[in-house]
Design a protein around this ligand. Structure first.
Ligand code: F6R
Length: 265
């Protein structure tokens, strides 16, 4: 596993700072492999919470390498993705279902009926029912062994966007249909060919099921993330910065950063 250049202990989390992003991504992938193998050894199955976005792409590339080298099998793994645009067809190239198939699922031995994503094509009247069922499926699977997260420029985790909710209410947020923050829409503009074309709503795993994962890995790289990283790790616990809600689960969060994203620490 690649070694960080610095390790900090902040806000109940371990913070690993790497000299280069590829090394950090490799460390994230190796940790996912380690948690997966250990869950497979002890329980015969592993339950992983996965993210999309640009950050995890090299992480998934490394997991595929490990799989091809015969070092990691997903045959007894179950995955739950964090979020999906709403409404969107699973066949749309911007759907997170397509993203996951392209960057991971299509290249590993994960059984298709155990690769779960929230369905962006469900009728709106059933969105709440689907969201509640998703939380129940995770619970029925024994909870997430690991949740992989990226961090939005606005500090979001999943599509749990900044809000004025009291902390206790933010911590209790379940999986649901939600509206994207203007910063999230601006960041997605390149994928949709313009900010006005970005689908403004999404289904997201809630804060509560994210924080219930037994291990949480969060990766954020580059200068654009420095402010959100600093506010998550050195600011107060507040729903204005959803990443700061990770401070409420000390001992199970590891941050993977590069020098640029760690600049404000
Ligand atoms: C993706 C997700 C988002 C991203 C975040 C960072 O499933 O839930 O919270 O992790 O927006 O995105 P990137 O990695 O593209 O900077």
């Amino acid at each position: 596993m690649p070694a960080p250049v610095r390790v900090l202990s902040l806000a109940g989390a371990t913070v690993q700072v790497f000299a280069e992003v590829p090394l950090a991504c490799r460390a994230v992938a190796d940790r996912i492999a380690q948690v997966t193998r250990s869950a497979l050894d002890t329980r015969g199955r592993a339950i992983l919470g996965l993210a999309t976005g640009s950050t995890p792409i090299p992480v998934y590339a490394r997991l595929i390498e490990l799989h091809r080298a015969g070092e990691l099998s997903f045959a007894n793994v179950t995955t739950y993705n964090l979020d999906e645009y709403y409404p969107i067809s699973p066949l749309d190239s911007n759907s997170y279902r397509s993203f996951m198939y392209k960057h991971l699922f299509g290249q590993i031995d994960l059984p298709p009926n155990r690769a779960h994503l929230l369905d962006g094509s469900i009728p709106e009247a059933f969105a709440a029912e689907q969201a509640a069922a998703y939380d129940r499926w995770i619970a029925a699977d024994g909870g997430l062994d690991l949740q992989l997260l990226g961090l939005g420029r606005n500090g979001h985790i999943g599509f749990n966007e900044p809000s004025d909710l009291p902390v206790a209410e933010a911590l209790a947020l379940g999986t649901r249909l939600t509206h994207l923050d203007p910063i999230t829409r601006a960041d997605a503009a390149k994928d949709f060919g313009g900010e006005d074309k970005v689908i403004p709503r999404a289904l997201t795993l809630g804060v509560a099921p994210i924080l219930a994962a037994r291990t949480i890995l969060i990766a954020a790289f580059g200068p654009n993330k420095a402010d959100a990283v600093a506010r998550s790790l050195t600011g107060p616990t507040t729903a204005r910065v959803p990443g700061s809600l990770l401070q409420t689960v000390p001992g199970k969060v590891t941050w993977y950063l590069d020098e640029a994203s760690a600049k404000g620490l």
